[in-house]
Design a protein around this ligand. Structure first.
Ligand SMILES: [Zn+2]
Length: 267
C-alpha cells in the first residue's frame, strides 16, 4: 500500500474525527447545472449544459458504492469526456489512478502545469517530521497541462483556469461560464466566510494566502452564483468569501471550524 493512500484510507479519519473541519455537500443536484458526489469528506463536482456534462476532480481511489452515487444524480461516468483536476492529491485524483478503477475512462484530463512534478515523483508533496513525502498518485499520461488564464471551450461551456498555488504548486481553480467557481482546496469555508485552507494539508500556506488575494481580485468583478469547494460543500453567499483569507483555517475538538459539520465522515 502506498503511503499517501494508506494515510488517506486508514489514518486521516481517525485523527480528524470530531474536529468538524469540513462539511462537504451530500450527493445531489443543486440547480445552475450543478451536481456533486460526496465520497466521505470530499466532493467531486459536475456541470451540465444541454447534453454535455463536465467533471471536476475524481475523488478517492476505488471508492465503494460509487455506482449508486452516480445513479442518484443521473450521470453516467463513462459518458464524461472532460475532467478538470484542481490538483493531484489522493482524494481528488485517486478516482483516475491507474492502479485502481478509472471512473472516467473516456475523459480527457486537464490539470495545472506545475502539478505534474508530483505525478512524476520529481517533487515531494509535504514534509512531516523532517521527512519528505511524495504524492503516490499515477494517472494515464495523455493529460493536458494548463497555464494560468487558459480558456477551454467545450460545447458552449467555457472553463477558465486560474492558477492558485499554495495548497499544491499547480493547484487550479476553475471559473465556469463566468458564474461558477470550482475552488478545490485553496479555501475552507464556514459560516463566517472563507479562510486559507488548513496548514497541515497545505504545502505553502503563505503562498496560498497570496494566491487567494489574486483570486479575490479576479472574482471581484464577476457575478458568481456558486462556489463549489473540495471540502466545504457549495457556497451560495459569496459576500464574505474572501473576508478571512489572511488567516489559516484551524479546527480542533474544542474549537471546531464548522460547528454544523458531521462528527465522522465514515458514518
Ligand atoms: Zn482535498
Amino acid at each position: 500500500m502506498k503511503l499517501m493512500y494508506f494515510f488517506d484510507n486508514h489514518i486521516k479519519h481517525h485523527i480528524m474525527k470530531g474536529k468538524k473541519y469540513c462539511h462537504p455537500a451530500n450527493t445531489g443536484t443543486f440547480g445552475s447545472g450543478l451536481s456533486c458526489i460526496r465520497e466521505y469528506d470530499v466532493n467531486m463536482w459536475f456541470y451540465t449544459k444541454g447534453a454535455t456534462t463536465i467533471a471536476f476532480d475524481s475523488g478517492h481511489l476505488n471508492f465503494k458504492g460509487l455506482e449508486a452515487e452516480f445513479r442518484k444524480i443521473h450521470i453516467i461516468p463513462t459518458a464524461i469526456q472532460h475532467l478538470f483536476l484542481t490538483h493531484a492529491d489522493v482524494d481528488h485524483a485517486g478516482g483516475i489512478d491507474i492502479s485502481g478503477k478509472n471512473i472516467f475512462p473516456n475523459a480527457r484530463v486537464y490539470l495545472g502545469r506545475d502539478e505534474e512534478p508530483y505525478l512524476t515523483g520529481e517533487t515531494h508533496r509535504m514534509k512531516k517530521f523532517g521527512i519528505k513525502l511524495k504524492n503516490c498518485v499515477k494517472i494515464r499520461e495523455d493529460y493536458l497541462l494548463l497555464e494560468d488564464g487558459d480558456l477551454i471551450r467545450i460545447e458552449g461551456i467555457s472553463v477558465t483556469a486560474i492558477h492558485v498555488p499554495g495548497h499544491t504548486l499547480g493547484h487550479m481553480c476553475y471559473l465556469v461560464d463566468d458564474k461558477i467557481l470550482v475552488s478545490g482546496d485553496c479555501m475552507a469555508v464556514n459560516q463566517n466566510g472563507g479562510y486559507s485552507f488548513f496548514d497541515f494539508f497545505t504545502q505553502y500556506p503563505e503562498l496560498n494566502k497570496k494566491s487567494l488575494r489574486k483570486l479575490s481580485r479576479i472574482v471581484e468583478n464577476k457575478s458568481i452564483e456558486a462556489v463549489c469547494s473540495g471540502h466545504s460543500g457549495i457556497v451560495r453567499n459569496i459576500d464574505n468569501l474572501f473576508s478571512h483569507i489572511d488567516e489559516s483555517a484551524t479546527s480542533s475538538k474544542k474549537h471546531p471550524f464548522d460547528e454544523t459539520a458531521p462528527w465522522d465522515f465514515r458514518k
